[in-house]
Design a protein around this ligand. Structure first.
Ligand SMILES: [Zn+2]
Length: 394
C-alpha cells in the first residue's frame, strides 16, 4: 500500500521517497514508491506528471492500493526525489473544485446528481440526467457558482469511518472509510481527488457550451486560469475578424449577416448569368450544328467546367437536340453529353466510346451523361468518336 500524500495535502509539490518495487515497462521503468505525491488517474481527474529522480513521469495509475509511476528511462536509485508538474496539478485542482461547485448548484436547482466527470486538456465536462436545460439555466448556474467562489468558503478533506449518507450530495462508492470533501457552509460529498483549499482559489467558472447527450445534458466548463486562456483566444479571434471586416466587435454579427446575404445574392446572380451565357452558347452552337435526320448535333469545348455543363443541361430541354460538351484542364478532360427527350438518342453509348481516348470513367442516364479522364490532350478525339456514334445512330 502506497502512502498517498496528495490525500492529506494537495499542496505538496514534491517529496523524497523510497523505491519499493520496480517493473520494466516498454518505454521505461514502472516504479512503486513507499510514499508519493503523484495523483493517479481516476474519478475523471487525469494523473499528475513531473519527474522522479530526474526521469520524466509519463503516466501514473492506481492498482490495488499501490500507485504505479511510469517513467522515461531506467532508474537505478533507491531513494528518489519526486517533483510534480505544479502548473498541471493546480489546474486540475481548479477544474475539479469548480466541478464540485457547479454540481452542487445543479443539484440545488434540478435535484439531479452529476453522472460523470471528465477533466480534459482544454475543457472539462459533466453529464447531468435532466430533460431540459436552457440558456437562462446555464447563466443561473454560472452566476451562483461564481458567487460561491467569491464568498471564499474554506474547503476541507477528511476521512470518516461511518457517514450519514443523508447529509451528502452524492452516495459514497466505497464501503468503510469514506473521504469527504467539505466546502464549508455549502456541501459535503465523498471524493478521492485533489481540491483547492478554498472556493476562491477556483477564481472563475464559465460554461461555454452545453448539448444533449443521450439521456443527459453534457455541460462543458472551464475554471481558473483556463478562463483567462479562453478569453484571450476569443479576444484574438474577435480582434482578427474586426480588423479583417473593418468593423468594431459590437457590429461584427450585423456585418457578417450582411456579408452572407451579399454572398447569396451574388451566387443567385452568377447562376442567372451562367444560364444566360449557356443560352447564347447553345444558340451559337445550333447555328453551326450538324443536322442528322432532323436532330441537331452540337459539339463544343470550353475552358470552364460549369460552362460545358450548363450547355449540356440546356440541350436536354431543347427541341430535337444532342450536345457533346467538353472541357480540358491540367487535371484532364471532362465530358458532358446530353440529348433531348424527343431525340431518341441514348448518350451513354457515345460516352462509352469517348471515355477510351481520355482513359476516363463516367456514367449517367439516357439523356445526360458525364465522364472524366486524365488524358486531356485526347479530348478532340473523344468528341470526334462521340459524334460518330451519335450520327451513326440516326
Ligand atoms: Zn472532488
Amino acid at each position: 500500500m502506497t502512502n498517498k500524500l496528495y490525500l492529506d495535502d494537495a499542496y505538496m509539490r514534491g517529496c523524497v521517497s523510497t523505491v519499493v518495487r520496480k517493473e520494466t515497462g516498454t518505454h521505461g521503468d514502472i516504479l512503486v514508491l513507499d510514499t508519493t505525491c503523484f495523483y493517479p488517474e481516476g474519478g475523471g481527474q487525469p494523473c499528475d506528471t513531473g519527474t522522479i529522480a530526474g526521469h520524466r513521469v509519463t503516466h501514473v495509475c492506481a492498482n490495488d492500493g499501490e500507485v504505479l509511476h511510469h517513467i522515461e528511462g531506467r532508474c537505478t536509485d533507491r531513494t528518489v526525489e519526486c517533483m510534480l508538474d505544479w502548473d498541471r496539478r493546480i489546474d486540475h485542482m481548479q477544474q475539479h473544485t469548480g466541478q464540485h461547485i457547479i454540481s452542487h448548484v445543479i443539484f440545488r436547482h434540478f435535484g439531479a446528481e452529476t453522472e460523470s466527470l471528465h477533466i480534459g486538456a482544454r475543457h472539462s465536462t459533466i453529464d447531468i440526467p435532466i430533460t431540459e436545460l436552457t440558456g437562462d439555466d446555464i447563466r443561473t448556474i454560472e452566476d451562483e457558482a461564481n458567487a460561491i467562489i467569491r464568498e471564499d468558503h474554506p474547503i476541507h478533506c477528511y476521512v470518516v469511518r461511518t457517514v450519514d449518507i443523508g447529509k451528502l450530495r452524492k452516495a459514497p462508492t466505497v464501503g468503510n472509510d469514506v473521504r469527504i470533501v467539505e466546502i464549508e457552509g455549502i456541501e459535503k460529498t465523498p471524493c478521492g481527488g485533489t481540491h483547492c483549499s478554498s472556493s476562491a482559489e477556483v477564481g472563475l467558472v464559465h460554461i461555454p457550451h452545453w448539448h444533449k447527450k443521450g439521456h443527459c445534458w453534457r455541460i462543458e466548463f472551464v475554471c481558473g486560469l483556463r478562463c483567462l486562456t479562453l478569453l484571450r483566444e476569443h479576444g484574438a479571434v474577435i480582434n482578427a475578424m474586426s480588423a479583417r471586416l473593418d468593423a468594431p466587435p459590437s457590429s461584427l454579427d450585423e456585418r457578417l449577416c450582411a456579408l452572407k446575404e451579399e454572398k447569396e445574392a451574388l451566387y443567385r446572380r452568377t447562376q442567372d448569368l451562367m444560364r444566360q451565357r449557356a443560352r447564347l452558347d447553345l444558340e451559337k452552337a445550333l447555328h453551326d450544328a450538324w443536322n442528322v435526320d432532323g436532330v441537331k448535333i452540337v459539339s463544343a469545348s470550353y475552358d470552364e467546367v460549369e460552362r460545358a455543363r450548363e450547355l449540356a443541361r440546356l440541350a436536354v430541354t431543347t427541341k430535337r437536340c444532342v450536345a457533346l460538351a467538353a472541357t480540358c484542364s491540367s487535371r484532364g478532360a471532362t465530358l458532358f453529353f446530353a440529348s433531348s427527350k424527343d431525340s431518341g438518342i441514348d448518350v451513354r453509348d457515345a460516352m462509352n466510346e469517348a471515355l477510351a481516348p481520355i482513359e476516363g470513367r463516367g456514367g449517367g442516364s439516357m439523356h445526360f451523361a458525364t465522364g472524366h479522364g486524365p488524358a486531356g490532350g485526347a479530348m478532340p478525339e473523344a468528341l470526334r468518336r462521340a459524334w460518330k456514334v451519335v450520327a451513326g445512330e440516326r
